[in-house]
Design a protein. Sequence first.
Length: 86
Amino acid sequence: MRQVDGQAMLEVEDGGRGLPSEALRQAGQPFFTTKPEGLGLGLSISGAIADQHGGELRLSNLATGGALAQLRLPLAAVTLTTSKQV
């Protein structure tokens, strides 16, 4: 997690093929999924939660291949905690 323009940003990327343009355009819409057993609600719910906290969830493709998910939240809304289970 890092700070950007007064916001906390969490980025997650993968090294796969990225998302086809149609899937990238529809990702985050309720009930859209590319998984045979998926409900298509995960990104929609996550985006709504980010919005309710003054943040944003973005998806994009990396120029080098793979996908990138960015979650931005205002710093005032972020509390960092670390728990360690033994």
